[in-house]
Design a protein around this ligand. Sequence first.
Ligand code: GDP
Length: 650
Amino acid sequence: MAVAGGIRIVDLAKELKLTSQELIASLHGLGVEAKGANSVVDTETANTVRSLMEAASVKQKIVEIGADATLKDLAEAMQIQPNVAVKKLMDFGKLVAPHQRLSRADAEQLAGAYGFIVAIKVEKKPLLSAGNKHKAPGGALQARPPVVTIMGHVDHGKTSLLDAIRKADVVAGEFGGITQHIGAYQVEVEHNGEKRKITFLDTPGHAAFTEMRARGASVTDIVILVVAADDGIMPQTVEAINHARAAEVPIIVAINKMDKLDARPDRIKQQLTEHLLLVEEYGGDVIAVPVSAKTQEGIPDLLEYILLVADINEFKADPHGHATGAIIEAKVEPGKGSVATILVQSGVLRIGDNLVAGLAYGKVRSMINERGERLQKAGPATPVEVSGLNFTPAAGDIAEVQKNEKEARALAEKRQDKARLSRLGGPVKRLTLADIAKQAQDGVIKDLSLIVKGDVQGSVEAIIGQLNKITEDNEDEEVSISVKLSGVGSISESDISLAVATGSIVIGFNVRADVASQRAAERDGVDVRLYNIIYDLTADIERAIKGLMEPIYEETILGKAEVRQRFQTPRGIVIAGSYITDGMFRRGAEVRVFRGKEKLTSGRVDTLRRIKDDAREVQHGYECGIVVSDWTDVQVGDILECFEMRQLER
Ligand code: GDP
């Protein structure tokens, strides 16, 4: 019942399906003190509570669909008739049939129209379940440190926060903070009088986070969403929220830059409600911690909350048996070969273990942590940088220890074959350096994978050093260089097959490719580039990632023909009945037409016919019918020259 100027608590509570006590508690959170069930709240406050309750109930409305869901799938998941969904999309000017696959943007738009949020289901590979909360078969699960990723809008302080957290580490303090970047680190903190560890991933940007998930690696238990208190929720903040939701990972909000005079944490909390993250004050259970990466204020609280969320979720792993884990990052390092940071997810990783990571394998030769300390073994949730793999795996690849070297090799080789076959069979054209340049120019993010072979170890290391420098100098370019394999010796067939499997370009320095590998490269379309001056090599790579590498074309004459007869079809198509006097003609190739000494026109071989059949090519000494695009003024005696533009190696 409405009363003058507002509504009674008891009535509003009934409307919202709450008890009066619950409503009074919520109002208290909003800073409104209500005396009892019969007291009256003003209309404005009532409306605020109503909209918050609505937001809170919407919170449950997440619709989960597969990455290649059709419109029908989404409609059914939302319990809407597919034809109604088709019509709704038509209202947005999009025509999608029920059985057509929905783009992410269309799915979000359609779901949004019905008040849903789309979460993309990612099929987790069963292997990793051992690293998560699920029960490992026959194994005893034990508590493990939580693994945390920090996400948020650019400049809101992700990097600063990671640094601040490192400083709060009790162990790092003892070591004077000598640290090494391996893509992840662990800190140890006091929690309820107990020393507890937390693992932080310090590489993944948002794209990396989803890419890892797409590869099957679910490496994060908790997402810290950083929002600058002097700014607010920005596009990448929203993106981060969506990624975390899709991964079903709990979010803790860190409201950063609290030291700034214009910090307005309340505004951030309010904005969060618009994205269905309800902090306590708004009746929700999302933890928001005010912090300053600059002054360290609030950092201990943030760490406490992480452990609290970890305790609630009981992250566990089986610490026994062979290790499995996920590759966090990997690179080639001078003097060490391929090094990869592995986040161990279950079991124990030991020196000498036979490891398979994605397509790579090898014996674990050394393991170091982020302080550069050598380890003999590493258990669940520990990130370690290992050396010994035969080439560089990709971030997100799953790493698993095998029983012996033979099995490790067999598994890796089987995977390489599979990857190579699927690449060869697929519609994707193999990449060349010129393609990379083109993609860089078009602003498409691209990973430039290389296989580097050189005459001596010294030159290989110099090249790797230079490539690392190019990556550092060109951080802004949206191309990253990753060396999959480096080694001494000529380019072999197995280098080429690895290049196919990993989509790499092969670089040779002062070495050659033997005949078999040249043939394999030609057959499989692998770009092999040979150099004998390091500068030329690095200049090419740099030009490619900056998109500055214009391809060079050269004209090749394929053949010549003489017109012997002119035909015209009833539909008006003019055919030059010709005799190939030299070389050959190819359908689709370019043509120049000469009459006497004069060049008449040029075009393309639209149709090529031998007797009555379409032909792809006609060789020297044969007669054929040729239709040249846009050329009808055909006369007996005209000379045709067929040519092609070939892209040249630089
Ligand atoms: P990222 O892009 O999210 O990694 O952000 P950064 O960590 O690089 O920080 C962006 C800028 O904000 C830098 O100039 C930092 O010095 C500054 N910054 C980060 N945290 C704080 C903070 O707590 N207080 C203040 N005043 N500045 C901060």
